[in-house]
Design a binder for this molecule. Structure first.
Ligand SMILES: Cc1ncc(COP(=O)(O)O)c(C=O)c1O
Length: 354
């Protein structure tokens, strides 16, 4: 994109809703910025795409997305850095993951130029929606789905990419409590756990609701075959600190390859903290807790960044984890937040500055 010109036609809102939003108390994912980007793929080609007011879109009730969940999405954040610029955190990783999801769903690839031009121009149009670093971040949600209105179980030939954004609050939240679910699984070998399909999420809601009914925030997912090994927690990747070493389950096809997981592994190496990617069983956790060497557990993902776990429910007991201010989770969180908000050097070239 040439500075000052726009690749896409823009229809602006008549009245911005920006002033009615309390940026010091932003919720997650309920307040949408004024505009969104929409592009369709049909007859073998992408339309030019357009930026228009955020709002309802027309879709046939028989669309593949609604009937058969031919739908994938992404989620990542932009922060305000000290120069006042907007810095998007590793969007290339999300664009690549969106295309791996598209491939799994037999949807056409989203071209690099389309993805990045759309993102840049949408963020430019809604630049007033970027919170200050201490208020939070702008969450970016590309959603990509099949719109062919026929009932055959096939991907169809028409697709829509919508990119929307919402300002979200800071992630310095309290610790969370989780419980292992033996009854439900999120993923299994040969399934779609490593892709970001919309259809991966609907079946998890019952398990989460049951956990909440028991007083936990969410569940810990076990592997779908033996139901012994920890895979993820809620909608986050999971890390443990066992006897001074950080451990996280390996990417073997059932775990979502989180951008924050990847970043955390790199930052741990930078900080000189040993980290292993290996399987962790429930039995190992139980034994480590009994031996007093289960030092930490935390979730890791875009929404919460690093979420320390204070209580872990196993079948017959709750493990309470000490929350120290000098924990690995806190050190990691500070490092990640510092890089994202431009107060720590972006030594890995992770920020796309706009
Ligand atoms: C199931 C699941 N695992 C892990 C993650 C973390 O991925 P990321 O760090 O890319 O946000 C997410 C999404 O945020 C997720 O939905």
């Amino acid at each position: 994109m040439v500075q000052g010109t726009s690749t896409f036609p823009i229809t602006r809102v008549k009245n911005s809703r920006r002033e009615s939003v309390d940026f010091d108390n932003l919720p997650f994912g309920t307040v949408w910025s004024d505009h969104m980007f929409v592009a369709d793929y049909a007859d073998g080609a992408w339309s030019r795409g357009k930026i228009q007011p955020y709002g309802p879109i027309e879709i046939h009730p028989s669309a593949k997305a609604l009937q058969y969940a031919v739908s994938g999405f992404e989620g990542f954040k932009a922060h305000r850095i000290p120069t006042g610029e907007c810095a998007v955190f590793r969007p290339d990783m999300n664009r690549n993951r969106l295309n791996r999801t598209a491939q799994r769903l037999m949807m056409p690839e989203v071209p690099e130029e389309l993805f990045f031009d759309a993102m840049r121009e949408l963020l430019e149009v809604d630049k007033d929606w970027l919170p200050d670093a201490d208020q939070g971040a702008l969450y970016i949600r590309p959603s990509y789905f099949g719109i062919t209105p026929t009932l055959t179980v096939a991907p169809g030939d028409a697709f829509r990419l919508v990119i929307m954004t919402c300002p979200v609050g800071g992630y310095f939240s309290d610790d969370i409590s989780l419980t292992i679910t033996q009854e439900y699984v999120r993923a299994f070998p040969g399934g779609t756990g490593s892709n970001k399909l919309a259809g991966n999420y609907a079946p998890t809601m019952l398990a989460s609701a049951l956990a909440q009914k028991q007083g936990y925030h969410n569940v810990v997912w076990l592997d779908g075959v033996e139901r012994r090994y920890i895979e993820e927690c809620g909608v986050m990747n999971v890390f443990f600190v066992i006897d001074g070493t950080v451990v996280t389950p390996p990417l073997e096809g059932t775990i979502l390859p989180g951008v924050n997981r990847d970043s955390a592994i790199q930052l741990l190496a930078d900080l000189g903290i040993p980290c292993e990617e290996r399987r962790v069983s429930v039995d190992e956790l139980r034994e480590a807790a009994a031996a007093g060497i289960l030092e930490e557990m935390f979730g890791c993902g875009t929404a919460a960044a690093i979420a320390p776990v204070g209580r872990l429910g196993l079948e017959d007991e709750d493990i309470t984890l000490e929350l120290r201010s000098d924990s690995v989770a806190n050190r990691l969180k500070a490092e990640l937040f510092g890089i994202q908000t431009g107060t720590i050097e972006d030594r890995h070239g992770w920020l796309m500055r706009l």
